[in-house]
Ligand binder design. Structure first.
Ligand code: HEC
Length: 196
């Protein structure tokens, strides 16, 4: 605005070097970038490299997303423990079926002890197809839990509670809940349509 101000500004830039070229009267400064700016840049580059190696190459630390999933899983475990302490119910089985670890444990039990009669994907052979929506003894988790625990001796379904104990029986029921209603073609439906 005032002539004095212009002079002051010019003073401030007296050490600036200006490149020789000029386009339409526009010129370009050629100054060293401020150190704080450069160090922020170098820092960001170093950080990015370390982050890449630690999280993506060597996978020493879990990604935030994985951290979050693990914490959620832990919180759900705690919630389940509390609910189970009050007694087993369909709801506690719903919680178990939502826990990947628990379902994976159940899958292991299933592969070891159940596939002889229900086949590897549960589509049924000696025992009924566990992937359809038709059930002899009901499709509620507590009903399955009773069948798996006590068996149906007259029909050739063994009782598993003594052999496997409650934790593994619960896990395998949680697993069966995840294959239920996936309708894999197999043994013809037996029992009544059931929705849970
Ligand atoms: C020796 C063969 C055999 C094995 C092993 C076996 N089952 Fe069964 N399962 C049967 C038979 C047979 C039935 C049908 C019972 C009936 O019709 O009353 C059955 C029924 C069931 C049912 C009820 C199905 C319905 O329609 O109501 C569930 C759930 C079940 N089994 C789960 C399991 C699990 C879990 C395991 C492994 C821990 C297992 N079974 C191992 C033979 C077997």
């Amino acid at each position: 605005m005032s002539g004095n101000n212009d002079n002051a500004n010019r003073e401030a830039y007296v050490h600036d070097s200006i490149k020789e070229h000029e386009f339409d009267g526009i010129q370009e400064f050629d100054n060293k970038l401020p150190n704080w700016w450069l160090w922020t840049l170098y820092g960001a580059i170093v950080f990015a490299l370390i982050y890449w190696v630690v999280f993506h190459t060597l996978e020493i630390r879990p990604l935030p997303r994985e951290d979050f999933a693990a914490e959620m899983q832990e919180a759900q475990e705690i919630q389940l423990e509390r609910a189970a302490a009050a007694g087993l119910s369909n709801e506690t089985f719903d919680m178990m079926a939502a826990l990947e670890d628990r379902v994976a444990d159940g899958r292991e039990v299933f592969v070891k002890h159940c596939v002889a009669c229900h086949l590897d994907d549960g589509r049924g052979m000696v025992g009924p197809n566990l992937t359809d929506s038709v059930w002899v003894h009901g499709c509620e988790p507590m009903q399955m839990y009773d069948v798996v625990s006590d068996g149906i001796a007259a029909k050739g379904m063994p009782a598993w509670m003594n052999q496997l104990g409650p934790t593994r029986v619960q896990a395998v029921v949680a697993y069966v809940m995840t294959i239920r209603d996936t309708n894999i073609a197999g043994k013809a439906p037996e029992g009544e349509p059931c929705i849970y």
